[in-house]
Design a protein around this ligand. Structure first.
Ligand code: ZN
Ligand code: ZN
Length: 722
């Protein structure tokens, strides 16, 4: 009988399959293999070296493994970790592995990648479509798909242009030449507090065991310099470090900072990489050549050769929560990866998540505090503006005290920032004549006017339409009015108030790539911007020495909707944006506009009493048995047909689990009943922490057969309740 091995494929619907091993081949679990499936070859990881005893299939019914790749095998810890993620988040094993190995056998085997180059030159007369494509792509390089995406045309047009010879082929070798970060390249002089913190981290690295640190330092306290020392130590030990950042746009300024400290750039991992770059970086990570990796949350699933340290920067950020595909919280997954690898993990933040504060109290995380700002900078002064006492003209949103402070700042050649977490011009467009509100045809949501683009956009599904010139309902011309402000409207008001000022609007629409972020940072550094109007994108990580005035246009926005984390997120967001002010010798002032100055969030921000806020939040969560005291799981049933989604919800509702320590709410139509054309019904499962909730849900779902047109999304520890 031939030896049988099991292989975990990177195909979510296949999972673990059995194959035979050709005579005389030696294998180790964790090796990457290619296996035949029908006429195709697919990629997988050798999961168990010998399952001959468990699998009694006749030899002739088993196909042999096609190829065993000459790459270091993933460790036992790694496989355990993948298994844990799969069972905790109730996601297919293959889907989890795929995040760490997002390739096909052909890509893994290739030594070079075919790219195409569009030279910068004058073009002969072509069809307008081709002409436009070439102009857009001038000087660009990439695969057919990448070029097509950049030019927003079909790949067929690109292929046709390649045939004409106007786009030329270039082979990019996948050979890796990496410079090694030098731990002693430019070691900074740390303050006493920073040195103490760095020492604690270095000691932990020397111990080579699992430990979770909450590096809790006020904004501007120099957390990065501190954890850079931990990275330096890991480099000296010859191990790899991983730093997770919450936003791709933050990568570019971070790379510069890293290079200044260690003499070269780290290896990057995020979705914006070209295929060639992605393949190269992956190889460097798997073979251990990449000593420091900075990445988005998916980097957590990479099979590092010898990982020694994980850092989650801005660890409170909600963008660490993955909301589609495998739903997971990267901060929690980082801690678990460190646990399986038996290495330290550092959660760095100025405004810790409630869950992290709780773990410190339980003694599971070690807290390191940096209570003061680095250098000569003091904390900014907070001014609360009670908007009920301000008589603003219609269509005006900025109160006089804030305007005055901005005026002074601009006169002194300092910079100002207005924060409003709302993209576009106005969140709602309404007909003055009949009251009709313009709604997305695919979602239960209003269309948001983006005046600069001349379009209305649904922020949930991306559906766009031109701004109508008459009401779609009653056909009255010029009857549509914008309700409430978005950043574009605030920019308009600012331009009226400060006609001389150079104003820049920063949202995910204007700052989508690392390159755009780098350009923006450069303009700020050169003093080419006087006032920024920005969404939450601007609250993270930036350091602008001449920024002295911050205005929070509407501090009450985040508290609407009232979900579990509304207060916590509002607090974090406002504290973070406030932290952008006065980060040098210049004094910082923060103006918070609110209609409810008495709420715990605002009063904690005003008094600077963070502990009181966390205490109140924790007490509320404890009484309501909400996370982190209890556990939540959301179940979302969706279908293009409302009746079907509702019927499946009803069937599940009749069989919902009952018992001590578990309560199931629903089915209820989701607040966002329709999303991207699918109707959605929700359950919320609330359970005590000792309940094996995943098992309960598995059993529950197995009780009914679910039509193939229905999708069931399981979100363990959910952040979204829509
Ligand atoms: Zn109307
Ligand atoms: Zn929509």
């Amino acid at each position: 009988m031939k030896r049988r091995i099991s292989v975990l494929t990177t195909n979510p619907s296949l999972g673990i399959l059995t194959y035979s091993l050709p005579e005389g081949k030696a294998v180790t679990a964790g090796q990457l293999v290619s296996i035949p499936l029908g006429p195709r070859q697919i990629l997988g990881m050798l999961w168990e070296e010998d399952v001959s005893n468990q699998i009694k299939i006749a030899d002739n019914r088993l196909r042999p493994v096609s190829k065993i790749y000459d790459l270091p095998e993933a460790s036992h810890c790694y496989r355990k970790f993948i298994q844990w993620v799969s069972s905790y988040y109730m996601a297919p094993l293959g889907a989890v592995l795929r995040m760490g190995i997002p390739f096909s056998p052909a890509t893994i085997e290739s030594r070079e990648i075919k790219n195409y180059y569009v030279p910068k030159r004058e073009w002969p007369k072509l069809t307008p479509l081709r002409q436009q494509a070439l102009e857009k792509l001038s000087g660009e390089k990439g695969s057919v798909r990448e070029l097509a995406e950049k030019a927003e045309i079909s790949p067929a047009v690109i292929r046709a242009l390649i045939k004409t010879g106007l786009i030329t082929e270039q082979k990019t070798s996948l050979e890796i030449v990496l410079s090694l970060p030098d731990p002693d390249f430019n070691a900074p002089i740390l303050s006493e507090t920073q040195s103490k913190a760095a020492e604690i981290l270095k000691e932990s690295i020397a111990k080579k065991s699992f430990e979770t640190f909450l590096l809790d330092g006020v904004t501007g306290s120099g957390k990065t310099e501190v954890y850079f020392e931990a990275i330096a130590q890991t480099l000296r030990d010859g191990k790899q470090s991983l730093i997770l950042l919450p936003e791709i746009a933050l990568t570019e300024p971070f790379l510069k900072r890293f290079q200044a400290r260690f003499g070269c750039e780290p290896v990057v991992w995020h979705s914006d990489l070209s295929q060639a770059r992605r393949r190269k970086n992956w190889q460097a990570i798997v073979t251990g050549q990449a000593k420091v990796v900075i990445g988005a949350r998916s980097a957590l699933f990479l099979p590092f050769k010898a990982i020694g340290l994980i850092i989650v920067d801005e660890a409170h950020e909600t963008s660490f929560k993955q909301e589609d595909g495998v739903c997971y919280q990267a901060r929690d997954v980082a801690v678990m990866r460190a646990k399986f690898e038996n290495i330290p993990v550092i959660l760095a933040t100025a405004t810790p998540a409630i869950e992290s504060v709780m773990q410190v109290r339980l003694g599971n995380y070690k807290e390191i505090r940096l209570a003061e700002r680095h250098g000569s900078a003091g904390l900014p002064t907070i001014h609360v503006i009670n908007m009920t006492e301000q008589a603003l003209a219609k269509g005006r949103w900025l109160a006089p005290p804030l305007v005055k402070a901005l005026t002074n700042a601009v006169e002194r050649h300092e910079q100002g920032l207005l924060f409003l977490n709302r993209r576009g011009y106005a969140p709602l467009t309404l007909c003055r004549h009949c009251g009709h509100r313009i709604k997305c045809p695919h979602c239960t949501a209003w269309m948001v006017e983006h005046r600069q683009l001349g379009q209305m956009i649904c922020h949930h599904c991306g559906f766009t339409m031109p701004v109508p010139d008459k009401c779609p309902e009653c056909q009255t011309a010029d009857s549509l009015v914008a309700c409430g402000p978005g950043v574009e409207r605030i920019a308009e008001e600012t331009a009226l108030l400060f006609p001389e000022a150079r104003i820049e609007t920063i949202t995910s629409d204007t700052l989508a790539t690392p390159k755009q972020a780098a350009e923006f940072v450069e303009k700020m550094d050169q003093g080419a911007i006087d006032i920024i109007i920005g969404t939450q994108l601007i609250t993270k990580g930036y350091h602008f020495p001449r920024l002295t005035v911050v205005g929070v246009v509407d501090a009450d926005i985040g508290l609407q909707g009232g979900d579990l984390r509304a207060s916590e997120h509002s607090f974090q967001q406002i504290a973070q944006v406030a932290g952008r002010a006065g980060r040098s010798a210049l004094d910082g002032h923060v103006f918070i506009q609110t209609y409810e100055p008495e709420t715990p969030v605002i009063s904690a921000l005003a008094s600077g009493d963070r502990e009181a806020f966390y205490q109140t939040e924790l007490e509320i969560r404890e009484i309501t048995e909400a996370p982190p005291f209890g556990r939540y799981v959301a179940l979302i049933i969706s279908s293009e047909k409302q009746e079907i989604a509702e019927a499946v919800g009803h069937q599940l509702g009749q069989r919902k689990p009952e018992g001590d320590g578990i309560e199931v709410f629903g089915p209820a139509p989701a607040p966002l009943l329709q999303l991207r054309g699918r109707y959605r019904y929700r359950f919320l499962i609330q359970a005590k922490r000792n309940i094996p909730i995943q098992r309960v849900i598995h059993q529950w779902l197995s009780k009914i057969s679910i039509p193939s047109s229905v999708r069931i999304t399981i979100d363990v520890d959910p952040y979204s309740f829509f």
